[in-house]
Design a protein. Structure first.
Length: 171
């Protein structure tokens, strides 16, 4: 998802500039739908067998058995795994609910977008600990996944945006 998010951000900036839209208001309007789209996308992850979690013995572990998932994606078969796509689905639905509520509150433009960056970033950063697929890459000698690095940057940007918005005098 994170590559799609970055590409989507670039496309949004281009369209916002092209149509001379107020950027923060536009991002606030789009953001709740992004979380909902992410949640729907995780249903596809679950069905395809991608984005699997690490091995676990929890009662809600999932076990993939379709050899096509192993062939196409390297998904381990016959092994109980953390259901990362389900964790991500639930967290994205919760984030959607929070953001949709925030958007209805008519907050200062940019607050909903900043909240998304913080909430999604934190949820994804933590959930990455349950992942089992190494294809997504690691940085700092394996200390963080690439996704954790990107989401840490998202969190920092979201916090910075919240601080900047709170210091602005104009609504």
């Amino acid at each position: 998802f994170l590559g799609g998010f970055i590409a989507g951000m670039i496309a949004a900036v281009v369209l916002i500039r092209k149509y001379n839209l107020p950027a923060l208001k536009a991002f606030d309007a789009l953001t709740p739908s992004v979380s909902l789209g992410q949640a729907i996308g995780r249903v596809g992850c679950l069905a395809a067998g991608c984005c699997w979690g690490g091995q676990c013995d929890l009662p809600w572990a999932i076990t993939y058995t379709d050899p096509r998932a192993a062939t196409a994606l390297g998904t381990p078969l016959g092994v109980p795994l953390h259901p990362f796509p389900i964790y991500a689905l639930i967290s994205n639905l919760a984030i959607y609910g929070i953001l949709a509520w925030m958007y209805q509150q008519k907050l200062r433009p940019g607050r909903v977008f900043a909240a998304y960056l913080i909430l999604y970033g934190a949820a994804r950063f933590l959930l990455e600990e349950t992942r089992g697929d190494a294809v997504r890459g690691f940085v700092f000698d394996g200390a963080l996944s690439t996704s954790q690095l990107i989401t840490a940057i998202m969190i920092a940007f979201g916090i910075s945006l919240q601080i900047w918005l709170s210091r602005r005098t104009q609504p």
